[in-house]
Design a protein around this ligand. Structure first.
Ligand code: 5GP
Length: 113
């Protein structure tokens, strides 16, 4: 299988703004931001979606959320931000490499629709 668009950004094969990287994941600015801060937190491992994970991915999934919190702190989002994972095309997923959307910097309505 070919690399996902996010992996290509990480590998600098296509442009993108990488704002964080560690041994398990990396984070980029969303190309089409829906909030003043809109960051995607992505595992190095190319899992397509949450429903395709198994018990061996538990720690990695937790790590993605913890890194999301660390990045939110770095952007001074305090306790006002939203974390979203779209699972499947019917739920709005368009890139099939798991990613957490971190959105903040404006007031966020609920439900999102
Ligand atoms: P999804 O719809 O899968 O939950 O989210 C995919 C996100 O990836 C969208 O918010 C979209 O704007 C973003 N995206 C798609 N292609 C690119 C790209 O080439 N570069 C960056 N930085 N973000 C992208």
């Amino acid at each position: 299988m070919s690399d996902s668009i996010f992996t290509k950004i990480k590998n600098k094969e296509i442009p993108g703004n990488i704002v964080y990287e560690d041994d398990q994941c990396f984070a980029i600015e969303d190309i089409n931001p829906q909030a003043p801060v809109h960051i995607l937190i992505i595992p190095h491992k190319e899992i397509t979606k949450v429903s395709d994970t198994s018990s061996e991915d538990k720690d990695l999934l937790g790590h993605l959320l913890y890194v999301s919190k660390k990045i939110a702190d770095r952007y001074d989002l305090n306790d006002n931000y939203r974390l979203i994972i779209n699972n499947g095309a019917g739920a709005g997923q368009s890139v099939f490499h798991i990613h957490v959307h971190l959105m903040g910097g404006r007031s966020l309505e609920w439900p999102p629709g």
